[in-house]
Design a protein around this ligand. Structure first.
Ligand SMILES: C[S@@+](CC[C@H](N)C(=O)[O-])C[C@H]1O[C@@H](n2cnc3c(N)ncnc32)[C@H](O)[C@@H]1O
Length: 267
C-alpha cells in the first residue's frame, strides 16, 4: 500500500536515497548516518502498532475484507461514485486512539462524517455503552452496504446508524432536529471540512464539553510544505487548519498521529 502519512512518506524517501547512495561511491560515514536516519524513520510506525492493543476480530476481518476488495474495478464498473482506496481506512492505532478519547469523555453519542467501509465507526461503537450511538454519514451507497455487512457481524454493530447522503444534508437535518453529540469525527472530503466545522459550531451539534476530532490534518505533510508542493486536498487542509487557529471559540491540538488528528473543544 502507498504510504499516506508524512512519516511513512519520509521513510520511503530515505529508503530510496539509501539505495541510491549505496550504488555510488560515497563516504562511509555519510552512508552510516543515512542508514541510521532511515532506520529511525522506518521503525516508528511499526513499533507504535506493535505496542498498541490489537484490533478486535470483527475489526480485523473488516480490514482484511477492505484490503482484498478490488476498489478500482468497482469504480470502473460504476458501482462506486468515486475511486475509493483501502488507504482511506484509519486503522489500528488511530482506532485505539479514538476509543481512548471516547472512554475518557464517557461519550454516548458520536457523529462521524465519512465512514468508508466502517472501520472507525465500528471501533468507536466498541467503546460506547450499550445505549450509545454512532450516527455516521457516507455518500457512497456501495461503501455503505459494504460497511453494513461488517457491522452485522459484530455485537456492537447495532449501535451504528448509517445515513447515506451528502454529509452536509445529514448535518442540516440533525441540527434541525436539535440533536447533539459528545464526540464528532470529521474524516470525509477534505474540501468540505470548513463547512462541516462551521455547521457543527454554528448550529450547536457539539454537546457542552464535547470534542471534535479531525482526521488527516497534516495531509501527507502538505499542510506545512510549500504551496507549490500542495495538491487540492493539501490546500484545503492548510486553509482549514488556519481557520481553526483563528477561531477564538475553540482550543485545539494537532496530534501528529498517523496523518494528523486535530482535537478541538469549545471554550
Ligand atoms: C477517508 S474515508 C473515511 C474513512 C473512515 N472514517 C475510516 O476510518 O475507515 C472518507 C469517506 O468519506 C466519504 N465522503 C466523501 N465525501 C462525502 C460527502 N460529501 N458526504 C458524505 N461522505 C463523503 C467517501 O465516500 C469516503 O468513504
Amino acid at each position: 500500500m502507498r504510504p499516506i502519512t508524512p512519516l511513512g512518506i519520509l521513510a520511503e524517501k530515505l529508503d530510496r536515497l539509501l539505495s541510491l547512495a549505496q550504488d555510488i561511491n560515497i563516504d562511509r560515514s555519510f552512508l552510516t548516518e543515512l542508514e541510521s536516519a532511515t532506520a529511525l524513520a522506518k521503525g516508528l510506525e511499526p513499533y507504535v502498532e506493535s505496542c498498541t492493543t490489537a484490533d478486535s476480530e470483527p475489526l480485523q476481518e473488516l480490514v482484511n475484507r477492505t484490503r482484498s476488495e478490488d476498489w478500482q474495478a468497482h469504480f470502473s464498473q460504476g458501482e462506486t461514485t468515486k475511486p475509493l482506496i483501502p488507504e482511506m481506512l484509519s486503522g489500528q492505532v488511530e482506532g485505539q486512539f479514538l476509543k481512548m478519547l471516547l472512554y475518557a469523555l464517557k461519550a454516548k453519542r458520536v457523529l462521524e462524517i465519512g465512514m468508508f467501509t466502517g472501520y472507525s465507526a465500528l471501533a468507536m461503537a466498541e467503546a460506547l455503552p450499550e445505549d450509545g450511538v454512532v450516527i455516521t454519514c457516507e455518500i457512497d451507497p456501495f461503501a455503505a452496504q459494504f460497511a453494513q455487512s461488517s457491522f452485522s457481524r459484530s455485537m456492537h454493530g447495532k449501535k451504528i446508524d448509517v445515513r447515506v447522503a451528502p454529509a452536509l444534508q445529514t448535518l442540516e437535518q440533525l441540527a434541525a432536529e436539535k440533536q447533539t453529540f459528545d464526540f464528532i469525527f470529521i474524516d470525509a472530503d477534505k474540501g468540505g471540512y470548513k463547512d462541516y466545522y462551521s455547521l457543527i459550531l454554528d448550529r450547536g451539534l457539539l454537546a457542552p464539553g464535547g470534542m471534535i476530532a479531525v482526521d488527516n490534518s497534516l495531509y501527507e505533510g502538505q499542510a506545512y510544505l510549500p504551496e507549490e508542493q500542495r495538491g487540492e486536498n493539501g490546500r484545503a487542509i492548510a486553509a482549514f487548519n488556519q481557520m481553526v487557529k483563528e477561531d477564538d471559540r475553540v482550543v485545539q491540538v494537532l496530534v501528529p498521529l498517523r496523518d494528523g488528528v486535530t482535537l478541538i473543544r469549545r471554550v
